[in-house]
Design a protein around this ligand. Structure first.
Ligand SMILES: Cc1ncc(COP(=O)(O)O)c(C=O)c1O
Ligand SMILES: N[C@@H](CCCC[NH3+])C(=O)O
Length: 414
């Protein structure tokens, strides 16, 4: 059941009218549906029930502490890529023992913070990082649990900016080098080899690249076993795509079922790192039409949200549906570019959209719950949108009181 939908031509998030929210909290605003977040997370968890597993939500998709706390209450694990994300998880009540730490550039301060917090695993992306983790662990008198992120050289068939599993990408350790690096890791005094990791990209709409990558990783697991290195958990990353328009990605349970089938009979905990599949369609960005501008070649709807609020259309030419909040209004429709107030021609939310509009109308940009607010900036000195979490008939402002720098300073934010 889609909880972001029309009732009598008015857009609702759960039981709250989007127009009411916009009137009460102003625009632009992000609105998330709690029940949808829970349903998506549970789809992973339920589908994997027959097998030991951990669903580690990828915090980068949406790191709002209110959102993280919804997931923490479900018992979610978290995939993080910075000390700041770890601080948010801890603040939201997440369990550090269920945290995996990905990313190619972990600093000494971040490694130390994660070791002190007692995370589940570091996903190591280079030999130099292995040395650094071993050194920091020795300094703080701990053994660091590690996986090696293997780059399987598989084409994820997604946008090149978010494809991560090819040799040409900066991520992971090449498959051909992985066995040697594992043997090196196993011999290091302050590392504990516990897992293996692979993430080939984001917004994948086909199963085959996941299967191809997994096949390669399973061969490596067997090779490692033959030299006495036992892998306890297999982290298959995130990347499952969603429907923005007419894409037909595999359903969450079908994806999980195929992954489980592949590892049948193996003594391996399965770790998932989904971000977009949980959050994208659990949120919308609501914006108001400030002006309509008719050009000779184009009609523009100038709205109060911009590329600083949602950068995906500008950055990846991503298409996100844009719909009226009140579809009962009768208007003559025209083809519009939906643009923001920022001083760049690349500042658009949608191009060539057939819509009936008047000044003051409200529009919703769909599928904006993932990589929306987290990629927002203050460019043009614009204030970032308010974030709201709807829970049934309730609307909560989910705004952090602390600044990120106060949650975790790191070494560079002094
Ligand atoms: C290491 C890692 N894990 C998980 C994710 C989450 O990906 P997605 O939001 O596509 O599920 C990403 C982003 O692509 C990532 O880089
Ligand atoms: N920011 C990207 C996804 C990045 C995935 C991160 N590894 C998007 O909006 O599609």
């Amino acid at each position: 059941m889609d909880l972001i939908n029309y009732r009598d031509d008015r857009l609702f998030v759960e039981d709250v009218s989007v127009a009411d929210i916009a009137n009460n909290y102003n625009t632009p605003c992000y609105i998330y549906s709690r029940a949808t977040i829970e349903r998506h997370w549970q789809a992973f968890d339920n589908a994997a029930k027959s097998h030991p597993h951990l669903v580690c939500y990828a915090v980068k998709a949406n790191s709002n502490i209110g959102v993280l706390s919804v997931l923490a209450k479900l018992g979610s694990g978290f995939d993080i890529v910075s000390g700041g994300e770890l601080a948010r998880v801890i603040k939201a009540g997440g369990d550090p023992k269920k945290v995996v730490f990905s990313g190619v550039g972990k600093t000494e301060a971040e490694i130390e913070y994660a070791l002190e917090a007692g995370i589940h695993c570091f996903n190591v992306e280079s030999e130099a990082e292995l040395d650094r983790i071993n050194k920091v662990a020795a300094e703080v008198g701990k053994k660091a649990p590690i996986s090696i992120r293997v780059n399987p050289d598989v084409d994820a068939k997604t946008h090149p900016y978010i494809s991560t599993g090819l040799k040409a990408n900066k991520f992971g350790i090449e498959r051909e080098q992985a066995k040697r690096v594992y043997q090196k890791a196993a011999a290091m005094s302050h590392l504990n080899v516990v897992g293996i990791d692979c993430h080939i990209g984001s917004q994948l709409t086909e199963l085959q690249p996941f299967v191809d990558a997994l096949d390669k990783v399973l061969v490596l697991i067997d090779e490692l076993a033959s030299v006495g290195i036992k892998i306890k958990h297999l982290d298959i990353g995130g990347g499952l795509g969603v429907t923005y328009t007419d894409e037909q990605p595999p359903a969450i349970d079908d994806y999980v079922a195929v992954m489980l089938e592949k590892i049948k009979g193996r003594d391996l905990q399965l770790v998932f790192e989904p971000g977009r599949a949980i959050m994208a369609n659990a949120g919308i960005l609501v914006t108001k039409v400030e002006f309509l501008k008719q050009g000779e070649e184009k009609n523009f709807a100038i709205v109060d949200a911009a590329m600083n609020d949602l950068i995906r259309p500008s950055l990846y030419s991503a298409y996100q549906r844009i719909v009226p909040v009140d579809a009962s209004l009768t208007r003559d429709s025209k083809t519009y570019d939906i643009v923001g107030p920022i001083c760049e021609t690349g500042d658009f939310l949608g191009k060539d959209r057939e819509l009936g509009l008047e000044q003051g109308d409200l529009l919703a940009v769909c599928s904006a719950g993932a990589y929306g607010f987290t990629m927002a900036s203050n460019y043009n000195s614009r204030v970032r949108p308010v974030e709201l979490l709807v829970d049934g008939e309730q609307t909560h402002v989910v705004r952090e009181r602390e600044k990120l720098e106060d949650l975790w300073r790191g070494e560079s934010a002094l």
